[in-house]
Write a protein that binds this ligand. Structure first.
Ligand code: COI
Length: 358
């Protein structure tokens, strides 16, 4: 039992929507659980901590985040413990709490104390425990977020904010290996920008390029650096890993590069790959190096890594209008995913203290 000490008001939903959920056919992010945790920042402090039925926010048309984008979020997952299905295992939530504050500082928002993040999450999942799915490839996707609430059209950091956590039982994000296109026209972010932070605007900036790539038959983009479009940074909403002859290469994050999100899944995957006896290099990797490695057979496989997707293998990389097929017999990404998920679900012992029990 954790040390729960905050004063959190609880208003339970009168009617649960749980019985209407088809847990065998869960999409990603469409169905929200019964309750949400909410806190408001006013007069320089977080106040009115509450768990209330999931419902709309009442926002004035001049709410500043709607105009100037002061809005950040996190993504993490909860699972039923395979050893004890009554228990929920949340994967590395303290890392998300820390990263949320890195994002908050970058766009002049107040930080959220880790105890509010953690206790809000804990109490919310105690109440919505039955929403955590147990069907294969499913999880409870947890979405903490914070946005500015000043009713003001002047351009300045808001004085007031709302922090909330909502959750959604979710199925697979992608159901097949991805066709990804190297993006050389648009940029997701640039040096000195907000790439390392999980700010809403980064995702808005990615929509048009992703839509254009989808029209050409690609599932996602491989983002390249904004200056030269020479080095690979991320893929869609994921970090990315290349297996070059058994050495795993991924782009460097802060403090080396401020354009790449330092995802919790990436941190985890790096450690797991090393534990599996392989070398990982966090370094710049050029498009040319990847294409050359495909041509000479050294690229054994490549995959995206992110919370929503876990591990998403690539089937095709397209560069300058030419499609390159990746080896179809690559199995490592599936092995890695299986190992990762078995820790998340408590099927194998968590020797790292990664899972947080509720
Ligand atoms: C996540 O992987 O949690 C993300 O934030 C991606 C999201 C855009 C679905």
């Amino acid at each position: 039992m954790k040390d729960l000490k905050l004063n959190i008001r609880v208003e339970k939903a009168q009617n649960s929507r749980l019985s209407a959920v088809d847990f065998d056919n869960l999409a990603f992010g469409k169905t929200m659980s019964d309750h949400m945790f909410v806190a408001d920042y006013r007069d320089g402090e977080w106040q009115d901590l509450r768990i209330v039925p999931y419902d709309s926010f009442h926002l004035a048309p001049a709410t500043s985040s709607l105009h100037y984008g002061q809005s950040i979020f996190e993504g993490l997952k909860g699972f039923r413990n395979a050893q004890n299905p009554e228990e929920v295992l949340v994967f590395r939530p303290q890392e998300n709490a820390k990263r949320m504050n890195v994002s908050a500082e970058r766009i002049c928002m107040p930080t959220i104390p880790e105890e509010i993040f953690m206790e809000g999450l804990h109490r919310l999942l105690e109440i919505d425990r039955d929403w955590v799915p147990s069907t294969p490839d499913s999880s409870l996707y947890i979405r903490p977020f914070m946005f500015a609430t000043d009713e003001f059209l002047g351009m300045k950091p808001s004085d007031t904010y709302t922090f909330a956590i909502i959750t959604a039982p979710a199925g697979k994000y992608y159901s097949k290996a991805l066709r990804v296109k190297v993006e050389k026209e648009f940029s997701r972010t640039s040096p000195g920008g907000t790439g390392f932070a999980k700010v809403a605007g980064n995702y808005a900036a990615s929509l048009l390029p992703a839509k254009l790539a989808a029209q050409q038959g690609y599932d996602q983009l491989l983002w390249t650096d904004a200056k030269e479009h020479k080095y690979i940074e991320e893929s869609g909403t994921m970090n990315v890993m290349f297996d070059i002859d058994g050495t795993f290469v991924t782009a460097p994050t802060i403090p080396v590069e401020d354009t790449i999100l330092r995802s919790v899944t990436r941190l985890t995957v790096i450690e797991l790959i090393q534990d599996m006896g392989h070398k990982v290099e966090e370094r710049h990797i050029s498009v040319d190096e990847v294409i050359e490695a495909i041509k000479n057979g050294k690229l054994k496989g490549a995959f995206g890594i992110g919370t929503a997707v876990t591990i998403a293998p690539f089937a095709v990389i397209s560069n300058d209008g030419e499609d390159f097929d990746l080896p179809s017999d690559y199995t490592f990404s599936n092995e890695l995913k299986a190992k990762f998920q078995s820790i998340q679900k408590g099927e194998i012992e968590d020797t790292k203290g990664w899972t947080y029990k509720i």
